[in-house]
Design a protein around this ligand. Structure first.
Ligand code: CU
Length: 752
């Protein structure tokens, strides 16, 4: 019998459909209740409960409450339980997304960032088909800490075409945790907005005396819009002590059509990811080593001058999790290297302009969780991350501008960070708990001499002068950054919880923000991950940005059963030295829409509110469970120095879904609505967008060995422009990128 790759997915199906579909969990609501039992299960010991066949689980889990698993249980915990998975290390603002929800999204998207979209406060900067950039509470991209299996991976591209989440296909992901606002220092560092933790399909071990077990799955999907297809496969073998997992995925899509039936050029892509995981268990200890490769032969960019024409990467990642007498130890080490090639795909323009990047990320993290008493937990940790980057543009034969020399955009750039934290959590009474943490991150950055395409003649003057000035500088920089977090939670009953938090968080500039130097119009337009088609230059004297965030979360529910839930989180963030831009020129007659910008420190403030909730409408053994779930958010961000709106602030947006679940059958009718975007960054010529609403339908049925997903996205084929999609390369005069029109999506998964 197939018992699921990991136990997590089978267990998850036993959960209440309401919990499955609700994205507004507060996982640690019963922090004082026992969690260790779950932890043991998660480290691989299958429990008798999990053997219950999926198809027979017609009785919702809500009717059989499980005290060991507060609100959602196994699927709501990381597949491998390490440090920081309980109590205030999981603040009330956390959204945990389990395998069932992820699985239902696979037919709809190949972009793992889209998996986060339903979490309160999250929106996505549109990039290529698999490379969206997450935003949490208005703070985007590098300001969000993204950990894929604990690895810190940095975009190795001047357009951030290969952000961390682009290295994992949705089909390979088992668990996502999104922390917004005031995050514990144990999960922070070198970020401002929040933390995204993504974990792949976990190891699974057999019980004593069960012998060797094997399992696997193959799946395929089709999307009518863009003729998108994909396949994924998993294979698994396990004994009592050893687990081997393979997970691979391949996907491709042509350009999609908008709601008017027009093809949106430069939106095609193809990608494949493969990984192998080997895990060994000995009692409560586990050692996991994972290796993987990625190959993207092409990914077009609708809002950039360049396209990705090849991205090749591989990684090795090792982790050791141990339950020692004095506490829990969680240690990781990783290496990833990426070769990234940009040029023009057929859509964009003829000709040739190769731009190459070599990036590497190396690091370790050692964290420990030590129970000091029945009430106190101490978490300490030390981590190191090294980023190395070369970014160079070979000369183009016969070109006046692009030659005769190689353009060195970043030559031997390095960014090394050593982080150390200590965090103390105390359960004062049954209702009150607090968490205090401080951390230091030392950041050292440097880079080598640069070179323009040419040094003689009119065409070369700006870049040649800029290179000479840059090479004359002392470019090494050291930042001493301090973060602090304080959280207090008050939970007087199962139906009420309140949490107040303050966090000071610091991010040092990335290598591009500090060290990109070209002043020629072409060189500048090659830099920027904003999708605005403007040109950017760095500033070695940029200071780190420091955010002070205060937030309050109030959650109410009907009690343990959660027949209804409501959670509201208002927040305010003041950012000292926010890395924004100042205008240094424009495109003039030649390119009237383009502005040239230099990264610059300003003060900024952001504030907003996130709301989420669910409501059980009906629950009958014949008709199943009907529920409403909803999420809404608003953010406003402003440059305090100038009063101008920050770039890409998501206007009021929300989704409400009517869900139904009966046995293995789940369905939803969803309306997603976005208000018009009228607060725009006028310095960048950001354009306004109109409000819109989209209707989405989805249904799925899961038998023991077969799962079918059917859905229609944008049922009414509505034309819309996503407020964070940026500017359409093809539009003249300048315009927004059109969103995807209707798509019929289907997916099939076979398990064996
Ligand atoms: Cu690129």
């Amino acid at each position: 019998m197939f018992r699921s790759l990991c136990g997590v997915s089978a267990k998850a199906v036993l959960l209440s459909p309401l919990a499955l579909l609700s994205l507004s969990t507060h996982p640690a609501a019963n922090a004082q209740e026992a969690l260790p039992e779950v932890a043991v299960e998660q480290t691989g010991k299958p429990s008798a409960r999990k053997k219950k066949p999926v198809a027979q689980s017609s009785a919702p889990a809500v009717d059989e409450p499980d005290v060991a698993e507060p609100e959602g249980g196994a699927a709501r915990l990381p597949p491998v339980v390490g440090v920081g998975t309980r109590g205030l290390a999981v603040p009330l603002t956390t959204t945990q997304i389990g395998r069932p929800e992820i699985q239902s999204k696979i037919p709809n998207t190949s972009n793992s960032a889209e998996l986060l979209r339903d979490a309160p406060g999250v929106s996505i900067f549109k990039a290529g088909g698999v490379s969206g950039l997450p935003v949490i509470n208005g703070l985007n991209d590098d300001r969000v800490k993204v950990l894929v299996n604990g690895m810190v991976v940095t975009s190795a591209c001047a357009n951030h075409m290969n952000p961390p989440l682009s290295y994992a296909d949705p089909s390979q992901i088992a668990y996502v945790e999104v922390l917004s606002g005031a995050t514990p220092v144990s999960k922070g560092g070198d970020s401002l907005g929040g933390t995204v933790i993504v974990e792949s399909l976990p190891p699974h071990f057999t019980g004593a005396g069960e012998g060797v077990h094997t399992a696997g799955s193959i799946s395929a999907f089709y999307r009518s819009n863009g003729d998108g297809v994909g396949t994924a496969a998993t294979a698994h073998a396990a004994s009592n002590a050893v687990s081997v997992n393979y997970a691979g995925a391949w996907t491709r899509s042509d350009n999609y059509e908008d709601g008017h039936g027009n093809e949106v050029l430069s939106s095609e892509y193809e990608a494949q990811n493969h990984s192998i995981q080997l895990a060994f268990r000995d009692g409560g200890d586990m050692f996991i080593v994972q290796g993987g490769v990625q190959y993207i032969p092409y990914q077009a960019y609708v809002n950039q001058y360049m396209d990705l024409v090849e991205n090749k990467a591989w990684f090795v990642n090792a982790r050791y999790v141990a339950d020692l007498g004095w506490g829990k130890l969680d240690a990781r080490a990783f290496y990833q290297t990426t070769r990234h090639d940009m040029n023009f795909l057929d859509d964009k323009q003829p000709g040739d302009m190769p731009m190459l990047t070599d990036g590497e990320d190396v690091g370790y993290a050692v964290k420990a969780e030590i129970p000091l008493s029945g009430r106190d937990v101490l978490r300490i940790g030390n981590e190191f991350h090294h980023q190395g980057l070369d970014d160079w543009w070979p000369p183009v034969a016969g070109s006046m501008m692009m030659g005769p020399d190689t353009f060195w955009n970043i030559n031997g750039g390095t960014r090394d960070r050593l982080g150390t934290f200590v965090e103390w959590e105390r359960q004062w009474t049954g209702a009150w708990s607090t968490l205090f943490g401080v951390r230091n991150d030392m950041v050292w950055m440097d880079t080598g001499d640069v070179q323009p395409y040419c040094t003689m003649g009119m065409m070369c003057m700006s870049d040649a002068a800029a290179a000479a000035a840059f090479n004359a500088l002392d470019r090494s920089r050291t930042d001493t950054n301090f973060d602090a977090t304080a959280l207090a939670r008050f939970q007087p009953s199962a139906s009420q919880s309140y949490e107040a938090g303050y966090a000071r968080k610091t991010r040092s500039p990335n290598l591009y923000e500090r060290y990109v130097w070209g002043r020629g119009s072409m060189a500048m337009r090659m830099v920027g991950w904003f999708g605005d088609l403007n040109g950017y230059v760095g500033d070695p004297d940029l200071d780190p940005e420091v955010a002070h965030t205060a937030s309050l979360t109030a959650g109410w529910s009907s009690g343990v059963r959660k027949d209804w839930e409501l959670k509201v989180t208002p927040y305010y963030t003041y950012v000292e030295d926010y890395i924004g831009v100042r205008k240094i020129g424009d495109g003039g007659m030649m390119a009237p829409d383009v502005v040239y910008l230099q990264f610059a420190n300003h003060d900024a403030e952001l504030y907003g509110v996130n709301v989420s909730g669910s409501l059980l409408l009906a629950d009958s053994s014949q008709l199943g469970r009907f529920a409403l779930t909803g999420v809404a958010g608003y953010v406003r961000g402003e440059n305090v120095d100038t009063g101008v709106s920050l770039y890409h602030m998501m206007p009021w947006n929300g989704r409400i879904a009517l869900t139904h679940a009966l046995g293995g059958w789940t369905s939803s009718v969803e309306v997603y609505a976005v208000a018009g975007k009228h607060n725009v960054d006028t310095v960048r010529n950001e354009m306004e967008t109109a409000g819109y609403a989209l209707l989405n339908l989805a249904t799925s049925y899961e038998w023991e060995t077969v799962r079918v997903d059917l859905g229609i996205k944008n049922v009414l084929d509505t034309y819309f422009e996503d407020p964070l999609a940026g500017h359409y390369y093809w539009a003249s005069p300048r315009d927004n990128v059109p969103g995807e029109g209707r798509s019929f999506n289907a997916g099939l998964t076979l398990k064996f």
